[in-house]
Design a protein. Structure first.
Length: 342
């Protein structure tokens, strides 16, 4: 009889575990880029289209979490929605290089193990975040670039597309305007790098990303981008750089960044935020604000980040006029915003 009681007690304890798991927090936040995003530049129809796509992306990721799925899968799902949209500078909506083509970058990181995968300068990968994840899970490397990354994609059976798949009219018009500004800024014979500094910041920004916390307490982060308008020489920004544009660690937080990549690399924005959380015991709101409005900002670095911690808290600081962003958690409804005062 005693053994039967013990067995019954054990079964009762096991039966109670799923209910406890259901009470664990889940959260996701996404961004579609930061920059000079002003309400006056949008028609009512355009603004609605952007908001609808942000909502679709965040809810695609949240659905994974709500069904008990992993944070990596939630991040992947949300970013795929944004990559497939022409509205954002990633995947289908990628900006043009100086030569009139597209080169895409992406990275993803698992907060459980600090395993990470990234690709840079790929030209025929429909969803770069998917390839970045395969680099993490199916290779011994973290970052693959160019032709090597595409050879790995071929080996893995990843869907490839012609580079023209990424063409969009509004991005091409932006390239033409950028080239006009480059030629007007300095004589064409002078160094491209010096002339490029004269471009408005808006030409140097644009990314999508997601961070998530699942019911098992695991965090993940991912970032995908088409890079910088009129970039040359195989330029790579912060998006595929672990610690700069993407970082996740269960001991601190998960971060995805968007902004002027060169500054985010120099100031290791994503890992700096998580280090402040882990070692200085700061909240993600405080750590994010200190980094986004700190020395990087003083040096001319503009952009923003999305952050989630192990308790399901979300913070989305940015130092620009706007940032496409959305979030949802087990304690907060779907939030979608574009402009600074929202």
């Amino acid at each position: 009889m005693k053994s039967i009681l013990y067995t019954f007690a054990a079964l009762s304890a096991l039966a109670a575990q799923p209910a406890m798991a259901d009470d664990e927090p889940i959260a996701i936040a996404i961004h579609g880029g930061a920059g000079t995003i002003e309400k006056a530049r949008f028609t009512a129809e355009q603004e609605k289209a952007y908001r609808d796509k942000l909502k679709q992306a965040v809810e695609a990721g949240y659905q994974v979490l709500a069904q008990g799925g992993e944070s990596l899968d939630a991040v992947n799902a949300a970013i795929n929605v944004l990559e497939d949209s022409p509205y954002f500078n990633a995947g289908k909506g990628a900006v043009y290089t100086y030569e009139g083509t597209h080169e895409l970058d992406a990275s993803i990181m698992d907060g459980r193990t600090r395993q990470a995968g990234a690709v840079a300068g790929v030209k025929h990968i429909k969803n770069p975040i998917n390839l970045a994840r395969l680099v993490m899970t199916n290779s011994v490397h973290v970052l693959l670039s160019g032709a090597g990354a595409e050879a790995f994609a071929q080996q893995q059976g990843v869907e490839k597309v012609d580079n023209s798949y990424f063409d969009t009219e509004h991005r091409y018009e932006a390239l033409l305007k950028a080239k006009q500004k480059l030629d007007k800024a300095k004589p064409a014979s002078q160094d491209y790098q010096a002339r490029h500094q004269a471009l408005p910041t808006s030409y140097k920004m644009g990314t999508v990303g997601a961070v998530a916390l699942d019911k098992h307490g695991n965090m993940a982060a991912g970032t995908s981008t088409g890079g910088m308008t009129a970039k040359r020489f195989g330029r790579i920004g912060d998006s595929p750089i672990i610690g700069a544009g993407t970082f996740a660690d269960n001991e601190s937080c998960a971060v995805s960044a968007t902004g002027h990549g060169e500054f985010f690399i120099r100031y290791q924005v994503a890992s700096d935020i998580c280090a402040r959380v882990q070692y200085q015991q700061k909240s993600i709101a405080q750590a994010g604000k200190e980094v986004i409005f700190g020395p990087m900002f003083d040096a001319g670095g503009t952009g923003g980040v999305i952050i989630v911690d192990g308790k399901g808290n979300i913070s989305m600081p940015f130092n620009t006029k706007g940032m496409y962003r959305a979030s949802k958690s087990s304690t907060s409804d779907t939030y979608v915003a574009i402009f600074k005062d929202e």
